[in-house]
Write a protein that binds this ligand. Structure first.
Ligand SMILES: [Zn+2]
Length: 313
C-alpha cells in the first residue's frame, strides 16, 4: 500500500493535479473495470492516460510496483544469493538474485542474462557495491533484468540505506510465508526459553564431544557460550501466531544470562505475558510443526502514553 501512496504522489506531482483528484480518477477507473484490476494497476492506466511515463525514470526502491517496464534504479548490493541453475523445456538456464537497497527501502533483483550473472560469478560486482540498473521490469516490487537490461557499477556514493525490506503493517490473518511484516498485538503465551551452545569467538554452533569437551569446527576447544531462543504467541484480536526470538532481540528486553536463572526467567515471562507489543519480522514456515511463524527482527513494547501524545500532536 505504501508503494501505491508513492505512486499517487508521483502522478499528482507530474500532472499538476490535486492528490484527491488523482485518487478519484483511479477509483473511477477501477470501478469502470469492475474491480478486475488492483488500485496499483488502475493508477498505472491513469498515469498512461495523463501522459506520464515511468520509463527511463530513476525510481526509488520504495516506489516500485508490479508491471513497470524500463525502470532505472541505483542502489547498494546488500546480499547476493548463490547462482541457481534450472532446466526448462529441455533448456538449461541460470538465475541470480541479490538484494538492492537505497535510502527508501530494499528489494530483490533477479538476473536472467548470462552476462549479468557472470558479473556476479566473476565477482565483478560484490556485496557493498553501488550499482546502476537500467531497463529493468518489475514483478510485484522485485526488479527483473533480462538481456535488454543494463547492470553496471555506479560511482554514486551511498552511505545510508534502508536494508529492511519494506514491511507492511498487516493483520495476523493476512501473513504469508516470506512476507516481511509489522504487527501489533498482545502476548498471550510465553514458552520456556531454550538454549543452544555456540563458540564465543565466531558464534557458530559447536559440538559437545563424548569426552564432555566443547569444540568449534574452526576454533577447536573453546569455553561454550549459551544462547537463548524464546517463543511466544502473539494475538492481534483476529488471529494468533507463534513468534521466535533469538539472542539479538532477547537482549533488548532482558540480559540473556538472566534467562538461565529460573526465578528471573519466570518473572520475565510473567511480565511479557499480556503485554502489548509492536513486532516486525519475517514469516517463515516451521518445518517441524508445518505452521507459519514470525522470526522477530524487532520487538518493542507499545508505550501507550507516548502513542497518545503523537496522536494528539
Ligand atoms: Zn568458533
Amino acid at each position: 500500500m505504501k508503494n501505491y501512496e508513492l505512486l499517487v504522489d508521483r502522478i499528482a506531482k507530474a500532472s499538476g493535479l490535486e492528490r484527491a483528484e488523482v485518487e478519484r480518477k483511479i477509483e473511477a477507473k477501477k470501478a469502470k473495470l469492475s474491480g478486475l484490476i488492483s488500485k496499483e494497476g488502475a493508477a498505472q492506466i491513469i498515469s498512461a492516460e495523463l501522459g506520464i511515463s515511468f520509463e527511463d525514470e530513476d525510481l526509488k526502491v520504495a516506489e516500485l510496483i508490479g508491471g513497470l517496464r524500463k525502470v532505472n534504479v541505483v542502489g547498494k548490493i546488500m546480499n547476493i544469493f548463490p547462482v541457481r541453475e534450472f532446466e526448462k523445456n529441455d533448456r538449461k538456464g541460470k538465475v541470480a538474485n541479490f538484494i538492492l537497497a537505497d535510502d527508501s527501502g530494499s528489494t530483490r533483483v533477479v538476473l536472467w542474462d548470462t552476462n549479468h550473472i557472470a558479473m556476479i560469478e566473476d565477482e565483478l560486482i560484490k556485496v557493498g557495491d553501488v550499482v546502476e540498473i537500467k531497463n529493468g521490469s518489475t514483478r510485484d516490487s522485485e526488479i527483473h533484468l533480462s538481456s535488454f537490461g543494463e547492470l553496471k557499477k555506479s560511482s554514486v556514493e551511498m552511505a545510508e540505506v534502508k536494508n529492511a525490506p519494506a514491511a507492511s503493517e498487516v493483520g495476523l490473518d493476512e501473513v504469508r510465508q516470506g512476507m516481511s511484516v509489522k504487527a501489533r498485538g498482545i502476548v498471550v503465551q510465553v514458552f520456556q526459553p531454550r538454549f543452544y551452545s555456540v563458540c564465543p569467538t565466531c558464534n557458530k554452533k559447536g559440538m559437545l564431544g563424548d569426552d564432555g569437551v566443547f569444540k568449534c569446527a574452526e576454533h577447536g576447544v573453546v569455553e561454550k557460550k549459551d544462547r537463548a531462543i524464546l517463543n511466544f504467541v502473539l494475538d492481534d484480536g483476529v488471529e494468533s501466531i507463534r513468534v521466535v526470538m533469538f539472542s539479538d532481540q532477547i537482549k533488548l528486553l532482558i540480559p540473556e544470562e538472566d534467562l538461565s536463572d529460573e526465578v528471573k526467567a519466570a518473572a520475565f515471562r510473567d511480565d511479557l505475558l499480556g503485554t502489548e507489543i509492536y513486532l516486525s519480522g519475517r514469516v517463515n514456515r516451521n518445518q517441524l510443526f508445518n505452521n507459519l511463524e514470525i522470526v522477530a527482527n524487532s520487538v518493542e513494547k507499545v508505550d501507550v502514553e507516548a502513542l497518545i501524545e503523537t496522536l494528539n500532536a
